[in-house]
Ligand binder design. Sequence first.
Ligand SMILES: Cc1cc2nc3c(=O)[nH]c(=O)nc-3n(C[C@H](O)[C@H](O)[C@H](O)COP(=O)(O)O)c2cc1C
Length: 187
Amino acid sequence: MQAAGTTPSWANDQIWQVVVATGEHLTQIKRAHLAALQSGRSGYSEFPPLHRDAMAAQGRSNVRTWSTDLQTFLGPQYGQMTTASAQLFSAPAIAYLLMPAKASLWTAYDLGAFGQTLMLAATALGVDSMPAAEFVADPQQLHTILNVPADYQFGMGIGLGYRDEQAKINQFRSERMPLDRYLTITD
Ligand SMILES: Cc1cc2nc3c(=O)[nH]c(=O)nc-3n(C[C@H](O)[C@H](O)[C@H](O)COP(=O)(O)O)c2cc1C
């Protein structure tokens, strides 16, 4: 977390806050998340999502490839995705990255950099991590359970723990585009 705190930010404002939920608080969050799913209440993250149809063509194509690859890889075990998601990936700790409700996109950029630094540092320490919008899908519950005031928003949740080597989902390796699909060098 200290390594993540060295992340650069707009005019060095460092306006991130982090709440790491474990123990009883995390149990409450997981219970509330499952109850919301079972009652058909679908939550919305405080960062507004973009509908898949409105995505840039490159993104739509990559999402389609990822989805097909994952379904092919998991086969009949594809249901593991839904179960894992409903159980918030069995994370023993979730780091919630917060930023002020009134903030610019620059702050979202900084929060993303903070999250990536956190994950790299965790990896270096042998701790696995997973960013998931699912962790912040029910912000109202999170505000209540974690006692976070409305002037802060839940940007992202990062699950921290140790991967289950037996779970097939954890053997999946998603593809990345080759360099020439996203890099232009001009001189
Ligand atoms: C912003 C963001 C949101 C994500 N949300 C979810 C999610 O809600 N559920 C999920 O299963 N994966 C989600 N992911 C993807 C997983 O974090 C990712 O697939 C997983 O950690 C495996 O790593 P990989 O990207 O190398 O395959 C999200 C990733 C990012 C960057």
